[in-house]
Design a protein around this ligand. Structure first.
Ligand SMILES: *[C@@H]1O[C@H](CO)[C@@H](O)[C@H](O)[C@H]1NC(C)=O
Ligand SMILES: *[C@@H]1O[C@H](CO)[C@@H](O)[C@H](O)[C@H]1NC(C)=O
Ligand SMILES: *[C@@H]1O[C@H](CO)[C@@H](O)[C@H](O)[C@H]1NC(C)=O
Length: 263
């Protein structure tokens, strides 16, 4: 399901009826007639196109054409009658199809390009400050490399929303297109509670939930230990090299000094 990602654009045409008011008492200075034509793009590749044409008189919606439904409906007594006849007119149907092709299909590549730019956030939940007994710990839930920038992060304690101790950054632009976002939670750990961070973004068909786990998973522990051993090994090699270098220097110097002495 991809119902979340959705684009649309509209063209609006106004017709002020002031000119008519000189000839007829029916229209006043302020009357206007409006035609609004909208294309909406839906589906995984935005290839589900819908064309909606609405006509209004002074903000009162009068008629609506919906390409999915394939007909007009009227909202006032007069337009209900008019839509009955327009729906039986093959020329009207043809005109609507031509309009839809010109307005919506001519623009679909552009919409797809914008749509393809959207990327799902990659998420990370970590602790930035451990509790020291007096101060609470601080967790940060981060979203990286996502587009568009609208995003929502919610903290949950045992699946209930937490609002206290929460602070958010703005969506920070990264490079030309992508954004990152961080949400902080101050919290005092108590046993048996589950803290999680919930992320909502247009590219996710349902919210993604990351559960905070205080104990490092085994894989991470191993990585740290292997990394640490590597560091120590490197240090040992460095120190022994340094000692060797010093020794060699001393040796060289003594050779030089002996030569000097010989002259
Ligand atoms: C157009 O008609 C279809 C089918 O009846 C409906 O699902 C859709 O919501 C309508 N669109 C609008 C904008 O009303
Ligand atoms: C957008 O992505 C879809 C599928 O990934 C692809 O079929 C389509 O050609 C792309 N459109 C553009 C304009 O890049
Ligand atoms: C935390 O991670 C450890 C190791 O991966 C796992 O055994 C434990 O069940 C996890 N705890 C929770 C609450 O998910």
């Amino acid at each position: 399901m991809c119902g979340f990602v959705f684009f649309f654009f509209c063209f609006v045409f106004f017709l002020l009826l002031t000119d008519f008011s000189h000839f007829s008492a029916v229209f006043s200075e302020d009357d206007f007639y409006q035609v609004k034509a909208c294309c909406s793009f839906n589906g995984p590749n935005f290839d589900k196109v819908e064309y909606i044409l609405t006509t209004s008189f002074n903000k009162q919606k009068m008629m609506e054409y919906n390409s999915t439904r394939g007909n007009w409906i009227g909202f006032t007594d007069f337009s209900i009658v008019a839509s009955y006849y327009w729906n039986r007119d093959p020329w009207d149907r043809l005109e609507r199809l031509v309009e839809m092709r010109l307005m919506c299909y001519e623009n679909i590549n552009f919409i797809q390009t914008i749509g393809n730019l959207s990327t799902t956030p990659s998420m990370r939940l970590k602790s930035v400050k451990q509790t020291d007994g007096r101060h609470p710990a601080m967790l940060v839930c981060s979203a990286y490399n996502f587009y568009p920038k609208q995003i929502k992060i919610t903290w949950l304690r045992n699946d209930q929303e937490v609002t206290e101790g929460v602070s958010n950054t703005d969506a920070i632009p990264v490079g030309e297109l992508y954004y990152q976002f961080h949400s902080y939670l101050e919290y005092t750990p108590t046993s048996g509670e589950k803290i999680s961070c919930m992320v909502e973004h247009v590219t996710l068909s349902e919210p993604r939930i990351i559960v905070w786990n205080d104990s490092l998973p085994e894989g991470e522990k191993n990585k740290i230990i292997v990394g640490l051993s590597g560091l120590i090994l490197g240090l040992v090699i460095f120190i022994s090299g340094f000692i060797y270098y010093k020794k060699k220097c001393k040796l060289g110097r003594s050779v030089i000094s002996t030569t000097v002495n010989m002259q």
